[in-house]
Design a protein around this ligand. Structure first.
Ligand SMILES: [Fe+2]
Length: 345
């Protein structure tokens, strides 16, 4: 069996394959490791047959959609998954054949409605249903402590005791456990009565994971993260350095249209001398009137340099192929002690 565990903070993902045929799957990939997975696939000469998400993650950004596209492999999730990019939906008992390997899907709702575990040979990939010394939480969207009780005591813990447990998370750097060890020492599994277990799960008072909304939004819809949006925008434009713009201001000839896209109050309080004002919110509606010459170089400025990046990328999409942004924003400009004009342009 080809097996590689990729650890990222508390998140664990897996590449699992058949030695003889080089067919493989990727389980619970995260966007931080996109290049890592592709590197392992190339190094080992693997053909990825499926990219699997054990459930809709609320705590990291799934890379399954990108990997599925890049590797021409279907994204596998449970039938109840809300993700439109899940193009292969399984239910309890379905078997995925990966070369000589057989991966059996176990529907284990509780942490989420769409939670799956996958059992193969000597091991089981438990997603967030069973963790080492813990279980997935049940207080996030579609969580259900009663269902988790059934999934654990009725399904997972009935696997052979020596089965290796590979979860989607471990925050203490442990790579795996066994069903027997968990039954014996996992504190949550000592609550063997349904009512006790449910009561415990309902009173954990856990903090919400960071990026909860953004992770759910992107993982449920296949949409983009803000970070991806900015990365794509900045890769589609070029930038001008602050010193370069300062020299142009000093010479009295900007040589380009300088467009400040902040709100009116911020513009009036201080802008680059010679800059025109066109707030980001009105950009698309006013470009034709305010920027009649699409061949002119247009430098976009905002407060921190993010909005201007997005705005310059939008201008390029609209056909202003010379749109660029200031590397840094007005904040950096003021902090560098560069000249500022106050009031209307
Ligand atoms: Fe999760």
């Amino acid at each position: 069996m080809i097996f590689e565990q990729i650890v990222d903070g508390g998140c664990q993902s897996y590449i699992l394959g058949c030695q003889g045929t080089r067919s493989a799957v990727i389980i619970d990939p995260s966007q931080h490791h996109l290049d890592h997975y592709l590197g392992v696939v190339a190094r080992e000469g693997l053909r990825i047959r499926y990219v699997i998400d054990t459930h809709t993650h609320a705590d990291h950004f799934s890379a399954s959609r990108e990997l599925g596209k890049a590797l021409h492999a279907p994204v596998v999730m449970h039938r109840l998954s809300p993700a439109p990019h899940a193009d292969f939906r399984v239910v309890d008992g379905d078997i995925l054949r990966v070369g000589e390997l057989r991966l059996r899907a176990l529907h284990t709702p509780g942490h989420t409605r769409d939670s799956l575990c996958f059992a193969t040979e000597d091991r089981v990939f438990t997603g967030d249903t069973l963790l080492i010394g813990g279980t997935g939480r049940t207080d996030l969207p579609t969580g259900d402590p009663e269902a988790l009780y059934d999934s654990l005591f009725g399904t997972l813990l009935k696997l052979p005791p020596e089965t290796l447990v590979y979860p989607a998370h471990d925050y203490k750097g442990r790579s795996h456990s066994t069903i027997a060890t968990e039954i014996e020492s996992n504190p949550r599994l000592q609550m063997r009565e349904r009512a006790d277990f449910v009561d415990m799960m309902q009173h954990l008072n856990l903090a919400a994971p960071t990026h909860l909304t953004e992770a759910l939004r992107t993982n449920m819809s296949g949409g983009k993260t803000v970070e991806q949006l900015l990365a794509n925008a900045s890769a589609s434009i070029s930038f001008i350095a602050m010193e370069d713009l300062a020299a142009r201001v000093a010479s009295g000839d900007l040589g380009m249209i300088v467009l400040d896209v902040r709100e009116k109050d911020a513009f009036l309080a201080g802008h680059v001398p010679g800059a025109a004002h066109l707030p980001r919110g009105q950009l698309e509606l006013r470009v034709n009137k305010d920027l009649p010459d699409p061949t002119r170089r247009i430098l976009v400025i905002c407060e921190f340099g993010y909005i201007s990046t997005l705005a310059a990328a939008t201008l390029r999409e609209l056909g202003f192929t010379q749109a660029i942004a200031l590397d840094g924003g007005m904040k950096g400009w003021r902090e560098a002690g560069l000249p500022v004009a106050v009031g209307a342009a």
